[in-house]
Design a protein around this ligand. Structure first.
Ligand code: BGC
Length: 773
């Protein structure tokens, strides 16, 4: 665990430069706008350890799979998000000495991520080998208003000298992915040009043939006025730049404004890319840095209005939650149903920038409550559009009749993962996709979604489950053999309770959806029957039969569901008996030892109890929580949040708070020693859930919001805004109780501590705390 980030409510602050922490900071201070994003690399040259990262949403490359032992059914490719052209580069050369913080003496250094207004700032004083000292103030952002554009203000001031400075504002397209399987570079050069202060570079991805045109222009100002310098363009294959020679005077500020635009063939015809890039670049540079930044601040103000959580009395917790919300909003804006949320967003290459079950299981609740309905709908449509590929994927594994198995990891709908125990066996992901449809409709009331898109997906998923189970003569029940549950520290187990539970739930929900669509839109229903060759009577009765006769392992004495067959044969020794030096287990134990042990990577039975808590009584929740939590090592970032929510539901408030702290500052404090690879974006949505669904106990029951809040002892109050069915509602919890304000034009019905309340438009209600049992 590291502790170098200064506490602040709205900012992430690093003071002093420690090269050992640089890659962690590059992740933490990442910026993005849903369309593109980047790690907080330096603008000027840096010869120290760094992970360069610039990413453009949806632009990926199917890298050829590399495995030791090929197994039939493995995907041919592993699609990964591409490290794209570096558009931030501004090299500074002072009388033949390069400004490079790895070789200079760094006298002063401060890096700030301003989350309120959405920009990154860095100030430092560097002393070159010659003794020349220079002060730099660099500010940059990816615009959430002009989402194809970014802007940089880079001000240099010679402290103790006057002399010639050469500025090289460049775009570098000779980029490689660190995780390239065969050390291959994924971009081909298409075009490169530079005229005066404008430079353009067009690159094309191999295989997928995406074209991206990156353009940048530079303007140099001296003390607030055009510096009257000469701009010299230079274009080479995969590298274009604008070179400027200036005579800098001691104490005089010299500002380089660099505007950059990335346009891709996903959105424009290839032949129009260059002209579109020029047009947008001219528009943003005419707008100017200060105006762009003012628009950025105003747009972020709106985002915060929808999604902020305010915590009074605990700056570390406040900074933690805002950091999570900020990064989520930088990663996904929901405007494009071809895009999704990679576990690392735009902050690193790990996990290939691909889509995981994380989106449906963890991110959906955040976007449902803090953004317009269309944002989550687009996440669901993304999977709808990939249904054909999910059917192909299932066919490849031997399933038929339109059975769909969504991939564990994907970019374009094809499976990318290639570890047999996950690719073939971690099939619970299919259930999360069905659950997200339910969650979306339950939250928004948009039941028409079923006939528009949802039912087709649900039928494909239900068909898969119906074929995946088999009848056990021995048990006289249906069983589900050879699976991996969410707890990846068990592989190839039989009857994982969570997987069987979500499988049956998906089949029941698909049956309900069939009935609903049939009753409400017979025309649409008849079209679907035809399209899917759906034999309603046979298929739904088979789903029903399976659900009624499914085997679920449990232990009646302990009143627990068994994670899988035989779980109690393990030696059950709680995690706190382990020697701390052996943790994390995945870095210290052999894999077979982990598999034989009772230790659980992340919520598994408890994931099911979180999704379906209303189906179980409190005693069942309690006995399962008390049995499984002490065996859980939380070595997935997705784990603490689910535990925080369940702990809160069981009134274990201290546990809930501790799990919250762990999830909210996971990256800021580098708990898992892996922040340098990128941030844990998808688990950040879990942090939001810990507060809203955990501490505030928010649920949607029978079309009504309900709350059952508590206030952590460490806080004076917390409050947040949510949007529910068109109403913006503010929820404030303090030492006295809960205050709900309805900022909409219609009345809202809410349950608080199981009591019904009506809140009129623009009115407020207050309910005192109840003792929670
Ligand atoms: C977790 C998975 C998750 C993946 C990406 C893994 O460590 O076990 O549940 O989908 O990370 O976040």
């Amino acid at each position: 665990m590291k502790n170098y980030i200064k506490a602040d409510e709205w900012q992430i602050i690093e003071e002093g430069f420690d090269p050992k922490l640089n890659e962690i900071s590059e992740s933490l201070f990442s910026i993005g706008n849903g369309h593109m994003g980047q790690r907080a690399n330096f603008e000027e040259a840096y010869s120290g350890k760094t992970l360069q990262g610039n990413y453009i949403a949806g632009v990926y490359y199917p890298d050829k799979t590399r495995v030791g032992w090929w197994k039939n059914g493995y995907p041919e490719n592993f699609a990964k998000v591409l490290n794209a052209a570096n558009w931030i580069g501004i090299d500074i050369n002072i009388e033949n000495e390069q400004l490079d913080l790895a070789t200079c003496k760094v006298l002063d250094f401060k890096r700030v991520l301003n989350m309120r207004e959405g920009y990154l700032q860095r100030t430092f004083i560097a002393e070159l080998k010659s003794g020349k000292q220079i002060k730099v103030n660099a500010k940059r952002f990816c615009s959430i208003v002009d989402e194809e554009a970014g802007a940089i203000e880079y001000t240099i001031s010679p402290i103790n000298f006057s002399g010639a400075i050469t500025i090289n504002a460049y775009i570098d397209g000779d980029i490689a992915n660190k995780d390239s399987n065969y050390d291959e570079k994924f971009w081909d050069a298409v075009n490169s040009e530079a005229n005066n202060n404008e430079a353009y570079l067009t690159l094309r991805t191999k295989k997928t043939l995406y074209e991206v045109c990156t353009g940048a222009c530079a303007h140099v100002y001296k003390n607030g006025n055009h510096a009257g310098v000469r701009y010299v363009g230079s274009a080479q294959e995969k590298y274009t730049s604008t070179i400027i020679n200036v005579d800098a005077k001691q104490g005089e500020g010299l500002s380089i404004y660099k505007y950059a635009v990335n346009v891709s063939s996903q959105n424009y015809k290839s032949e129009d890319l260059l002209s579109t890039c020029k047009k947008i670049l001219n528009e943003v540079s005419a707008k100017g840095f200060d105006n762009m930044l003012a628009e950025q601040a105003a747009a972020w103000k709106e985002k915060w209005n929808e999604s902020d959580i305010i915590i009074e009395g605990d700056v570390a917790a406040q900074q933690g939650i805002r950091f999570n919300i900020f990064q989520l909003n930088q990663t996904y804006t929901g405007k494009d149903d071809r895009l999704n949320i990679g576990p690392k967003g735009f902050t690193g290459e790990k996990y290939g920038g691909s889509t995981y079950w994380d989106t449906e299981a963890y991110c959906v609740p955040f976007y449902l409550a803090t953004a317009s309905q269309q944002v989550t709908k687009n996440l669901l449509i993304y999977r709808y559009k990939q249904l054909d590929k999910a059917i192909e994927n299932a066919q490849k594994l031997g399933f038929n009749n339109g059975a769909a198995l969504y991939p564990m990891v994907t970019m374009n709908g094809e499976e990318c993962h290639n570890e047999w125990e996950i690719t073939f066996e971690e099939i619970h992901r299919n259930g999360a996709i069905a659950y997200a449809i339910y969650n979306y409709i339950n939250y928004t009331g948009d039941i028409d979604y079923l006939q528009e898109y949802g039912l087709e997906v649900l039928i494909g998923i239900a068909r898969f489950w119906a074929q995946r189970v088999n009848w056990s003569e021995n048990k006289g029940k249906f069983v589900m053999l050879g699976v991996t549950g969410p707890n990846e520290y068990e592989n190839n187990v039989n009857n994982n309770w969570y997987t069987s539970t979500i499988a049956c739930w998906s089949m029941e929900y698909a049956s309900d959806a069939v009935n609903y669509v049939k009753a409400n839109s017979d025309k649409k229903y008849q079209q679907l029957i035809k399209k899917l060759s759906f034999n309603e009577a046979d298929e739904t009765s088979s789903w029903d039969d399976i659900c009624k006769n499914m085997y679920f392992p449990k232990d009646e004495n302990k009143n627990i569901f068994l994670q899988q067959d035989g779980f109690l044969d393990k030696e059950i020794i709680p995690v706190n008996y382990l020697d701390p030096v052996e943790r994390p287990l995945n870095q210290n134990w052999s894999w077979d030892r982990i598999l034989r042990s009772c230790y659980i990577k992340q919520a598994d039975v408890l994931q099911g109890l979180y999704f379906f808590s209303d189906k179980f009584d409190t005693e069942t929740l309690r006995s399962n929580y008390e049995f499984y939590e002490p065996l859980t090592v939380h070595e997935s970032s997705l784990s603490p949040c689910v535990h925080a929510i369940l702990a809160a539901r069981l009134s274990r408030e201290d546990d809930a708070y501790n799990f919250y702290l762990r999830t909210s500052r996971l990256d800021l404090d580098d708990y898992n020693n892996d922040t340098e690879d990128g941030l844990h974006i998808t688990s950040m949505a879990g942090t939001w859930m810990s507060v809203v669904e955990g501490f505030a106990g928010m649920q949607v029951k029978n079309d009504k919001l309900s709350f059952s809040p508590f206030l952590p002892n460490q806080w004076k109050s917390y409050s947040f805004n949510i949007t529910f069915r068109g109403a913006l509602i503010n929820v404030l919890i303090n030492t006295d109780g809960i205050c709900l304000s309805n900022y909409s034009t219609h009345n809202v019905r809410i349950n608080v501590f199981d009591e019904h309340c009506d809140i009129n438009s623009n009115a407020q209600i207050f309910v005192a705390h109840k003792v929670r049992v």
